[in-house]
Ligand binder design. Structure first.
Ligand SMILES: *Cc1c(COP(=O)(O)O)cnc(C)c1O
Length: 221
């Protein structure tokens, strides 16, 4: 069960700092989500499509669902009707599919570009060069049903705070340079999604606008 006092103190602090709290509810039951919903939380993050679809169908319709995990193109169609933000866009082909499915539902889907900032091999994400070439492509420029609102990244799973801090600085520098180069006329490009249970305070210090916090709110998975 989520600890309400922990939730309240984190939510209050983030509100003061104007940082969006994404409550990461993956693997947790619907009752746990409702506990935080009753405290006022409306933004929840999930990383599996099937779980996302089931929870969206069952839970209150004013919840804003964020997709935070790696997405397979053939599953986009299931979340396209309702997803509020996709944090994990890591290829042009994925973005093309999101655009296509969004079009079918006559929506514009907000997305973040996911960057590889960690040292671990297994993490998904773009390099800055790949992101620049995506944004310069004709395919991207002709898309009408996606809106890129910023960047996302996950730091390495290490205890070295200096290394984690450096990775957040890297992501923030990518955000700044893409904003200057491609989005200077687009106020919607404003999100830097970085920071999880163990490192969200450090992430905020380095310019995060959106933190994805799971185990600290809901308990260990
Ligand atoms: C699970 C997950 C989180 C939350 O992790 P915690 O350490 O439980 O806060 C954040 N971001 C992504 C992409 C995740 O998959």
């Amino acid at each position: 069960m989520p600890d309400i006092n922990t939730y309240k103190s984190i939510a209050e602090k983030l509100l003061e700092q104007k940082v969006c709290l994404v409550a990461v509810s993956k693997t947790k039951p619907q009752e746990d989500i409702l506990v935080l919903y009753q405290e006022g939380q409306r933004v929840f993050g999930e990383n599996r499509v099937q779980e996302l679809v089931e929870k969206q169908a069952a839970l209150p319709k004013d919840i804003q669902w964020h997709a935070i995990g790696h997405l397979q193109r053939n599953k986009i169609k299931y979340i396209a009707p309702f997803i509020s933000l996709i944090h994990s866009v890591d290829s042009l082909r994925l973005l093309e599919e999101i655009n296509k499915q969004a079009q079918k539902h006559d929506r514009i889907i907000d997305c973040l570009l996911q960057f590889h900032i960690a040292t671990e091999e297994s993490k998904f994400g773009l390099s800055i060069e790949e992101a620049q070439s995506l944004l310069k492509s004709d395919a991207y420029q002709s898309m009408q049903n996606v809106r890129i609102c910023g960047v996302m990244g996950m730091a390495s799973f290490v205890s070295d705070q200096v290394q984690i801090q450096q990775e957040f600085k890297t992501l923030k520098s990518y955000f700044d340079s893409l904003q200057t180069e491609f989005f200077s006329q687009e106020p919607a490009f404003k999100e830097c999604s970085m920071g999880m249970s163990g490192d969200y305070e450090l992430a905020i210090q380095e310019g995060s606008t959106m933190v994805r916090v799971g185990s600290l709110l809901f308990g260990h998975r």
